[in-house]
Design a protein around this ligand. Structure first.
Ligand SMILES: Nc1ncnc2c1ncn2[C@@H]1O[C@H](COP(=O)(O)OP(=O)(O)OP(=O)(O)O)[C@@H](O)[C@H]1O
Ligand SMILES: [Mg+2]
Length: 476
């Protein structure tokens, strides 16, 4: 089965068994489809969506090129620039969801923290590869799902039916009786009747597996390694993990066995190979808050690692270097980097020139208007008003937002943003929370009622707060 996967073929790489029915994978999407997909969640910001859609499509195009030219085509990295709360990070989050390309998001500021040293910047590549490996393993395991399922079933049956010493009873009749008993129990098992029955499993199955990896490890890894060493000693003291058993429900045993069997069913070498190819050719790293590492170094007394230092550390990765991971060496030349930052204080030109050159595409995201707020409240598939509606529905309360009310909320948000601080769409969250404060508190006792949120309702609850600037500074 797994042999059918051919690393370089477009179609095969796109196989995503569960997702396939629902959506087409990112590889196959044309720019307009990518934009349409982003439109479901992000309002406005057309330029940014377009640029990103083209960049993503270009990777698919590149994969179709003959080997020789392909090596010469480098991704055009992007910087998204825009005020706070206008959707930069949100766009990244959405790409991650629709993408079958390995994707990770890091905060540039993380690398300026005390305790991080230069080579830790490489951890972004390791994380990317790590996510690709688990993605590929999941896909390969899904192909073997049937076989895994039946192996798990047999193992549980073995536990449920204690093994009778077979040499003692060799007559055919006994064997037949045993087989039919097994089939009966199998039927009960499939019907879910035995889910709560307890069985004994080896306790080593219960522990998360912690590999000891010191090469290129961070402090966290080392800590983990220490812990797992600790537990090895502990186990030895208690007579070794193999001899110990634990009681769990059939349901839990099924989960644990499924995990184990899935892992066993996957050819790890092959998974790593596909993951490496995908990481190198299709990987996307999103570097958020890049503006925070731009600009001149603040006073030398600052405990932070110099920002310019971090830029210099990032540079080789963006330019293309080889990073050692526990799954092999990853070449970063063709990974797509998307950076984002508000650039309030610093400007993109404050980045070191070499790094600027590596991010040739700049897109600006627009500040959001009251109309945008209206749409953000209403349109996205996860719109805030829908979220409140669903939450309160669980209490049996039906909340209806009239358009006038939503308009009023948007106006207020815009107003507060311009009079106090502009925090973009994040303002909507605080305003909605204040608006629905009473309702949220009382909803549990209001089952069966319908509450209409009208313009008057909004004014009643919010206008005093809005008029009083000091108050709104604290509340909204
Ligand atoms: N254009 C938009 N469409 C829909 N929702 C938006 C939009 N802009 C912002 N939001 C919502 O506002 C919140 C904050 O947005 P986001 O995290 O993208 O801000 P940002 O641009 O990354 O700001 P910062 O520079 O502070 O990181 C998110 O929860 C997001 O859902
Ligand atoms: Mg952000």
């Amino acid at each position: 089965m797994a042999d059918q996967i051919v690393v370089k073929e477009d179609k095969e790489l796109a196989v995503q068994p569960e997702e396939k029915k629902k959506t087409i994978s990112l590889d196959e999407m044309v720019p307009s489809q990518i934009v349409a997909e982003l439109n479901k969640y992000v309002i406005g910001q057309e330029k940014a969506k377009r640029t990103i859609a083209v960049a993503l499509r270009n990777r698919t195009r590149r994969k179709r090129l003959p080997d020789k030219i392909r090596e010469e085509v480098y991704p055009k990295n992007i910087i998204m620039i825009g005020p706070t709360g206008v959707g930069k990070t949100e766009i990244a989050r959405r790409i991650a969801r629709l993408s079958n390309a390995p994707f990770i998001k890091v905060e540039a500021t993380k690398y300026t923290e005390v305790g991080y040293v230069g080579r830790d910047v490489e951890s972004m590549v390791r994380d990317l590869m790590g996510s690709a490996v688990s993605m590929v393993r999941r896909e390969l395991a899904a192909e073997n799902a049937k076989a895994v399922e039946s192996r798990v079933e047999e193992r549980i049956l073995d536990l449920l039916i204690p093994n009778v010493n077979s040499t003692a009873n060799t007559d055919v009749q006994f064997d037949n009786a045993r087989i039919s008993a097994r089939e009966q129990i199998r039927a009960q098992l499939r019907a879910g009747l035995l889910d709560n029955t307890e069985v004994e499993i080896p306790s080593q199955l219960m522990r998360p597996k912690v590999g000891i990896e010191l090469m290129g490890g961070t402090m966290d890894d080392i800590q983990n390694a220490m812990n797992s060493l600790g537990s090895i000693f502990q186990n030895a003291a208690q007579g070794g993990p193999r001899n110990r058993k634990r009681k769990v429900s059939v349901k839990r045993a099924r989960e644990l066995f499924t995990e184990e069997e899935s892992e066993r069913s996957v050819d790890q070498e092959k998974a790593n190979e596909i993951a490496k190819e995908r990481t190198e050719q299709m990987g996307i790293i999103f570097i958020d808050e890049i503006d925070k590492i731009a600009g001149k170094n603040s006073s030398s007394s600052s405990p932070d690692v110099s920002r310019e230092g971090v830029q210099r550390d990032i540079l080789p990765i963006v330019e293309g270097t080889k990073v050692t991971t526990k799954w092999g060496v990853i070449d970063t030349s063709h990974i797509l980097f998307i950076a984002a930052g508000a650039f309030h204080v610093s400007k993109p030109s404050d980045l070191i020139p070499e790094l600027q050159g590596r991010f040739p595409l700049r897109v600006e995201l627009d500040a959001l208007s009251a109309d945008d707020f209206f749409r953000i409240l209403k349109e996205p598939e996860n719109a805030i008003t829908l979220q409140y509606k669903e939450l309160l529905k669980t209490e049996g309360v039906d909340v209806v937002f009239t358009d006038e009310a939503i308009h009023r909320v948007s106006e207020i948000a815009y107003e507060v943003n311009s009079t106090t601080e502009n925090i973009g769409a994040r303002r909507l969250y605080t305003i909605m929370e204040t608006l629905l404060d009473d309702l949220s508190f009382n909803a549990s006792e209001m089952g069966g009622q319908t509450v209409e949120i009208t313009r008057e309702y909004v004014d009643e609850r919010l206008s005093d707060v809005v008029k009083n600037q000091d108050l709104s500074r604290y509340i909204l």
